[in-house]
Design a protein around this ligand. Structure first.
Ligand code: ATR
Length: 282
C-alpha cells in the first residue's frame, strides 16, 4: 500500500521540530492557502501547542529557504510553484512522491529532510466518501496537469481503470502512455456514458460558471468529482446533480490531503469533520 503513510516511519513527535512545534506552508503566492486554518483546527481539537504560518518563498530563494529556514520547522506543506523543483533539495523522498513526480509535504526523519505527496491518497479518500470500492471502476480524469498525475497514481493503487482526456490531447496521450492507462481523444456522449466516475482536474469552473462536459452528457449512475473548490458548487457538479448523479465537492480533496499530513507529522488520525468545518471558516 504505497499510499498508506504508514509506510513512512511514524515520526516521533519530539523529533519533529528542533525549536518548538512550528509548521508552515510555502508557495508563491501564498495568501490564498487554506492550510493554516485546516491544521490549526487540528491543533485546537487535539490540544497541541503549535503554530502554522504561510511563508511566501520566491523560486529563486527556495534553495536558501530549505537550507536556512526549514530547520526551524517541524514540517511544511508545499504548494505552487515549488512542488516539483523542491525535490532536488531534499535528502530523500517517498515512493508516492517519486511516482507522482511532486512533493507537497516536507518532514524530518532522523535529521534528514524528507518529501512526500499526500495529494494522491487525499484524492482517493475523498472519492471513497462516495465510492468505497474503486476496484475495476471506470474513472475518467479530465485534465493532464499535476493534479491529474496524483490522481492517476492513486487510482492505480486502488486498482481502478483510469482514462484521461485533455483539451490538449498530446499531453493526455503522453501521460496515458507513461502510466499505461486509457486515453480518450474525443469525448462523445457515448464514450462518456461508459464511465462510472468523472473527475474534473482542469481549472475550468474556477471562479466561473463553466464546465468541460456538456450538461446533457450526465447519467444518474455516475459520480462527479470536482477538484475545483472556488466555488464549491460548480457547473460541472450542478449539471451532474440535476440528473441525479452523486457528487464530491472540491473541499474534500483539500481536507483529506491535509488530514494525511496531520497523521504524518503528529501521528494522529483526526476526524475529517474537524478540518471540514475549518474549511468553511475564514
Ligand atoms: P494542476 O497542477 O492543478 O493540475 P495545471 O498543471 O495548470 O494545473 O493544469 C491545468 C489543466 O486544466 C490542464 O489539463 C489544462 O489543459 P491544457 O493541457 O490543454 O492546457 C486544463 N485547462 C485549463 N483551462 C482549460 C479550458 N479552458 N478548457 C479545458 N481545459 C483547460
Amino acid at each position: 500500500m504505497m499510499f498508506d503513510s504508514q509506510d513512512i516511519p511514524n515520526p516521533q513527535v519530539e523529533d519533529l521540530s528542533k525549536e518548538g512545534k512550528k509548521f508552515c506552508v510555502i508557495g508563491h503566492p501564498i495568501s490564498h492557502s487554506k492550510s493554516p486554518q485546516l491544521h490549526e483546527a487540528g491543533f485546537e481539537e487535539m490540544e497541541i501547542e503549535a503554530s502554522f504560518e504561510k511563508v511566501d518563498v520566491a523560486p529563486e530563494n527556495l534553495s536558501e529557504w530549505i537550507r536556512n529556514e526549514f530547520p526551524n520547522f517541524g514540517g511544511a506543506a508545499v504548494t505552487i510553484p515549488h512542488k516539483e523543483t523542491i525535490r532536488k533539495f531534499l535528502d530523500f523522498e517517498t515512493e508516492a512522491a517519486t511516482k507522482i513526480g511532486a512533493v507537497n509535504t516536507l518532514f524530518w526523519k532522523e535529521e534528514q529532510m524528507g518529501g512526500t505527496n499526500t495529494d494522491g491518497i487525499g484524492f482517493l479518500r475523498a472519492l471513497q466518501t462516495e465510492v468505497l470500492n474503486l476496484k475495476k471502476k471506470r474513472v475518467l480524469i479530465l485534465g493532464a496537469g499535476g493534479a491529474a498525475r496524483a490522481m492517476i497514481v492513486a487510482l492505480e493503487a486502488a486498482e481502478a481503470q483510469a482514462a484521461l482526456w485533455n483539451r490538449t490531447p498530446e499531453k493526455a496521450q503522453k501521460l496515458a502512455q507513461e502510466f499505461e492507462i486509457g486515453f480518450v481523444e474525443e469525448l462523445s456522449e457515448e464514450a462518456f456514458g461508459l464511465f462510472d466516475v468523472i473527475v474534473n482536474a482542469t481549472s475550468v469552473g474556477l471562479k466561473e460558471w463553466k464546465s468541460v462536459i456538456p450538461e446533457n452528457f450526465w447519467e444518474p449512475h455516475q459520480v462527479a468529482f470536482d477538484a475545483v473548490y472556488d466555488p464549491l458548487e460548480t457547473k460541472f457538479l450542478s449539471d451532474a446533480e440535476a440528473v441525479g448523479a452523486r457528487t464530491v465537492t472540491g473541499d474534500k480533496m483539500l481536507v483529506f490531503q491535509a488530514l494525511e499530513q496531520f497523521k504524518l507529522w503528529h501521528g494522529i488520525e483526526l476526524e475529517p469533520e474537524v478540518m471540514e468545518m475549518a474549511f468553511f471558516t475564514d
